[in-house]
Design a protein around this ligand. Structure first.
Ligand SMILES: Nc1ncnc2c1ncn2[C@@H]1O[C@H](COP(=O)(O)OP(=O)(O)OP(=O)(O)O)[C@@H](O)[C@H]1O
Ligand SMILES: [Mg+2]
Length: 327
């Protein structure tokens, strides 16, 4: 055997060893799905809560992690009053296991708490500690559903970067669409491997949802080189608003209503996914974005901005949104 062949064989064996070690480290890691948006009030928390509850019914061990630090309201949507929240973890070092609330069908909730400045202002070191503990804690789950806050603040981006897949919730509202694009753009600059799905919520009909997705997919492809996946179209449904007022997930109190059917379909799709083959460590990710060590972040490139086109007529706007790109 030539010396060159010998070196090549050694390299192959070494690579196989490293891969095996990485896979072993990855065993037991859940699939992490984040629900995000640019604009607030588009239905993220309702998507997160209902998808998590449906996943539980499908037999998936699910953790609903309210990562809307300081303004979390998943507990309200579920009609529960948690004894502890993440604020107690941050300020008093309360163990995560004590904060988690058990919900029906094997779903667990990690509540953020509302109006808790401690979490909203927690420093990077504290957050790293929490994410590290979370990594150990989540090993027993199949899926972690992250509900995040609106916008592109650092805490939101931190949470989104943890996810294997980010599901962006948008409405047909042009401002929601442009904010969705901005969020995708910024996340892609931080992590070029991030996978995005789009959920169009509060649509008047299927056609409107398809149009909205097509617009976002088109600009993401053209200006970011990204292929977006359509993950669902949820109709505007008064039953969902009724469920919110009842503080119950719509999939539980009106399982047959149109919004519930769409939400159940999204959950089934999440259930069909597996955790990514590429092993990842939450702790490493934390370090990467907190301190930039070995960061895969890309330099900020001047990107075209997406702005809504002028509205033509109220009637036209009711059925379809339009956007144009300004470089
Ligand atoms: N499909 C729907 N049909 C009807 N109303 C809806 C639908 N989705 C959401 N809503 C309404 O929008 C409100 C806001 O929803 P939600 O709290 O889930 O939004 P959010 O994006 O999490 O908001 P925030 O950015 O403040 O966290 C709900 O209380 C409900 O009234
Ligand atoms: Mg919310």
């Amino acid at each position: 055997m030539s010396e060159r062949q010998h070196i090549l064989d050694q390299a192959t064996r070494l690579r196989a060893k490293v891969q095996a070690a990485q896979v072993a480290a990855h065993v037991g890691m859940p699939q992490v799905v984040a629900i995000a948006s640019g604009k607030g009030g588009v239905g993220k928390s309702n998507v997160a809560v209902n998808v998590a509850c449906t996943l539980g019914r499908l037999g998936k061990r699910t953790l609903l992690f309210d990562a809307d630090f300081g303004l979390g309201n998943t507990d309200i949507l579920l009609g529960i009053m948690p004894k502890f929240t993440l604020a107690d973890v941050v300020s008093d070092g309360c163990p995560l296991a004590d904060v988690v609330e058990a919900l029906p069908h094997g779903v667990s909730l990690l509540p953020a708490g509302s109006g808790k400045v401690a979490v909203a202002n927690a420093d990077s070191l504290v957050m790293e500690g929490i994410y590290y503990e979370l990594e150990q804690f989540t090993r027993g789950f199949d899926v972690v559903v992250l509900d995040t806050g609106a916008g592109i603040g650092d805490r939101v981006l931190d949470a989104l970067l943890l996810a294997d897949r980010v599901l962006i919730v948008t409405t047909p509202d042009p401002t929601s669409l442009t904010d969705s694009y901005a969020t995708i753009k910024i996340l892609t600059q931080r992590d070029a491997t991030k996978q995005f799905g789009v959920i169009v919520n509060m649509v008047a009909n299927q056609r409107q949802g398809e149009d909205v997705f097509a617009q976002l997919a088109h600009v993401a492809k053209k200006y970011l080189g990204l292929t977006l996946e359509s993950w669902g179209i949820i109709p505007l449904d008064p039953r969902l608003q009724q469920a919110v007022r009842r503080q119950q997930p719509v999939v539980e109190c009106f399982p047959g209503t149109i919004a519930s059917l769409a939400l159940q379909q999204i959950a089934r799709r999440v259930a069909g996914q597996t955790a990514p083959a590429a092993p990842r460590s939450l702790r490493d990710l934390c370090r990467q974005w907190l301190y930039g060590a070995g960061s895969a972040a890309q330099p900020t490139v001047l990107q075209p901005t997406l702005v809504p086109a002028p509205v033509e007529t109220p009637a036209a706007n009711a059925s379809r949104s339009t956007m144009t790109i300004h470089a």
